[in-house]
Design a protein around this ligand. Structure first.
Ligand SMILES: [Zn+2]
Length: 505
């Protein structure tokens, strides 16, 4: 953080200044900045610039000056997206300091050590949304460089937040919504790096650089068996043909179906049978095929493809069985990667606790015939939008986001379980909450509540957000730190889900 600087609309000064020498002018600016009252903001000045171009430059950025300082960081572009702004910088990692004015009529994002690109300084940026009346970019000083982005806001404007993504972008977006999406490869997509066919042609292996979330079905257009892989980009170019005439596979082809979806199509030979899909670690899946005895097994578009079965495992006896048609449930472990979520007693991190519980919930659901898609299976940074997009794309029946709670200040006496819904998830929330309270009858019941969480509002299926206790709570943190108790918690959540499913049939 840098010390707070009182705001002054620099364009006003620039326009009125007739000082001939830039350094003198800068010195005066500095003095004015320091003496300017902290409450000054654009709305207090009636004299606004008439020409929008004048909003964007005070110190005229100089290409030569930038080239001379090798270590300089440059603000190259401000991208206006549907979700907010992306400040693109080049050079060293940009720090930022976002400060709202006390009357909330403007927000400044200061970028110490950052120069303003001359090209950007000349551009006019039209925002016209989120209650942003004007967006100004100005370079406050050149030695050391300091660039400021200012949003002038009307009364309807939301609060703003910013985050550096560690690769040269600062994301700026309204609170309570998802941050702007970056281009492919920076937004948590996995890369499909290779597809291999075994020597006898009976096994197709897909390799990625991250956890693979997929569904499988028959493709009506090609009569091929298709694995649809979500939040993925195809780095493997090409196709494979059968290695010999006995191969149960005729060909394998990969394609990028849309910017976030990859399809791998596998055309079986006449009579070949599709076997299980197995997961070899979380970055590799294999589809087994075999030559069938008769041509009657020829796949056609009306066939329901065989369903990959979960590995055999001991089923917890207290969990009800769910037969009949297969459900798809998205389990969403909160936070991850650079976002630890709540951090509690003994450094207990929400992202670790909820990943462990989520994996156990998924395992129990799979043992009960449910197809589970997890939004993350490792400690990775994942925005909110990809989580809900995944759930919507796989057409999940239910969405369950798993979190742990925290309370501000040192208040270890705050403990308990609560479950949130926004609209259609109310009943499911009740089942899960009841089940958790049954298993953990010493934990306070904070009840089922309605909340406008992003993941609850942007999912098209019944969706809930489970708070599995307080990592900051004296009692809860002991439970959440204990792997055996986390297993019990997972079992309670899974039982709630399965009871809900059973009662709804
Ligand atoms: Zn959380």
């Amino acid at each position: 953080m840098i010390p707070p600087t009182p705001y002054l609309p620099m364009s006003q000064l620039a326009r009125k200044s007739h000082l001939p020498h830039r350094n003198l002018w800068l010195g005066l600016l500095g003095a004015l900045l320091l003496s300017s009252p902290a409450h000054a903001h654009p709305h207090s000045l009636s004299d606004r610039p008439e020409r929008p171009e004048q909003d964007y430059s005070t110190v005229e950025p100089d290409d030569r000056a930038i080239a001379a300082t090798g270590a300089a960081t440059l603000l190259e572009d401000i991208e206006i997206k549907d979700e907010g702004f992306i400040l693109h910088t080049r050079g060293q990692q940009a720090q930022f300091d976002l400060k709202p004015s006390s009357d909330r009529s403007w927000v400044s994002i200061d970028l110490p050590g950052v120069s303003l690109s001359p090209e950007l300084a000349r551009r006019t940026l039209n925002v016209e949304r989120w209650g942003v009346e004007r967006l100004q970019v100005i370079q406050l000083s050149s030695t050391p460089p300091m660039t400021r982005v200012t949003l002038s806001l009307d009364e309807s404007a939301p609060n703003w937040q910013a985050r550096s993504n560690g690769s040269g972008q600062v994301l700026v977006w309204p609170e309570g919504s998802a941050p702007p999406n970056l281009a492919r490869g920076q937004s948590g997509l996995i890369r499909i790096e290779g597809v291999e066919l075994s020597e006898d042609g009976s096994r197709v292996t897909i390799k990625a650089d991250g956890p693979i979330a997929y569904t499988s079905n028959w493709d009506r257009h090609t009569s091929a068996y298709m694995l649809t892989i979500y939040s993925a980009e195809l780095a493997w170019q090409g196709s494979l043909t059968r290695p010999n005439s006995d191969s149960p596979v005729l060909w394998v082809r990969g394609s990028q179906e849309d910017p976030e979806t990859v399809a791998i199509r596998i055309l079986p030979a006449a009579g070949a049978q599709i076997g299980n899909i197995t997961q070899n670690g979380d970055r590799e899946i294999s589809l087994q095929l075999s030559r069938g005895p008769t041509p009657s097994n020829l796949p056609n578009a009306n066939n329901r493809p065989p369903i990959p079965t979960a590995p055999p495992a001991e089923k917890p006896s207290s969990v009800p069985q769910v037969p009949q048609t297969r459900l798809a449930i998205v389990i969403d472990p909160g936070h991850g990667g650079r976002d630890p979520g709540a951090v509690g007693i003994g450094g207990l991190q929400e992202k670790d606790v909820v990943l462990d519980i989520s994996e156990k919930v998924a395992q129990i659901l799979e043992q009960n015939g449910v197809t589970v898609v997890m939004t993350r299976q490792d400690d990775r940074t994942l925005d909110l939008a990809p989580r809900t997009q995944l759930a919507n794309r796989v057409n999940a029946d239910l969405f369950v986001s798993i979190h742990a709670n925290a309370v501000a200040g040192k208040r270890p006496e705050v403990n308990g379980l609560e479950t949130f819904y926004y609209s259609s998830g109310r009943e499911l929330a009740g089942y899960i909450q009841n089940s958790m309270i049954q298993s953990f009858n010493t934990m306070p019941n904070r009840g089922v509540k309605q909340a406008r969480f992003y993941v609850l509002r942007h999912t098209r299926m019944p969706a809930v957000l489970v708070e599995t206790g307080f990592v900051t709570g004296r009692d809860d943190s002991r439970i959440l730190a204990d792997p055996a108790q986390r297993s019990r918690m997972a079992e309670a959540i899974a039982r709630g889900i399965l009871n809900y499913v059973r009662d709804r049939r």
